[in-house]
Design a protein around this ligand. Structure first.
Ligand code: AMP
Length: 190
């Protein structure tokens, strides 16, 4: 199985690139952010709980996020591979993912990190906010919080997989096509 983690700060283009990668490599796309937004749009208890964190730019607690993710993976036993977008965001989530994939006789193939400077990230998120309808994309304070949470809680996940030689950094500045090409070059050599 080809199991990729698409990694990077908020606004680095993970969702856009994931959609292209899913198409090319026939992978299952799992975005925990999209899953929370779906729950919210259906006004479920999980959606309401997630909203209380999302609206502050904080992470939804690991226990909640991991069990939601686990269920999605277990519900799709026959896929050829998975692209994880926005997960894992903490080392505890990475450890849980490793156990889950190990139980399925597979593992993370690579973590691909999109490298984009802070100033460009904020600009991109504010631009996306004009059309995404996401309240967390429109408030500079929430955006700043999301970036700081990424630096403190999420970047250790890069180091976690780097220890196994699985973390790759890709220049995330350029056109969508250019960045996609850079990612494919790496994936094709796996
Ligand atoms: P995203 O669409 O990936 O930018 O996620 C939007 C928001 O959903 C984040 O700011 C978090 O509040 C929450 N979220 C998404 N994925 C996770 C995760 N793996 N762990 C915790 N919270 C998450």
């Amino acid at each position: 199985m080809l199991n990729l983690i698409l990694f990077g700060p908020p606004g680095s283009g993970k969702g856009t690139q994931a959609a292209l990668l899913v198409e090319k490599y026939k992978l299952l796309h799992i975005s925990t952010g999209d899953m929370f937004r779906y729950e919210l749009s259906n006004n479920t208890e999980l959606g309401q709980l997630a909203k209380s964190y999302i609206d502050k730019g904080q992470l939804v607690p690991d226990s909640v996020t991991i069990s939601m993710l686990r269920k999605r993976v277990e519900d799709n036993p026959d896929v050829g591979g998975i692209i994880f977008d926005g997960f894992p965001r903490t080392v505890a989530q990475a450890e849980a993912l490793d156990v889950l994939l190990d139980d399925m006789g597979t593992s993370v193939s690579y973590l691909i990190s999109l490298d984009v400077p802070d100033a460009e990230i904020t600009e991109r998120i504010l631009l996306r906010g004009k059309t995404s309808g996401r309240s967390d994309d429109n408030d500079p304070e929430i955006i700043a919080k999301r970036i700081s949470v990424y630096k403190s809680e999420t970047t250790p996940v890069f180091d976690y997989y780097a220890e196994e030689g699985k973390s790759l950094k890709i220049n995330g500045v350029g056109s969508i096509e250019e960045i996609f090409e850079r990612i494919c070059e790496e994936v094709d050599t796996l």
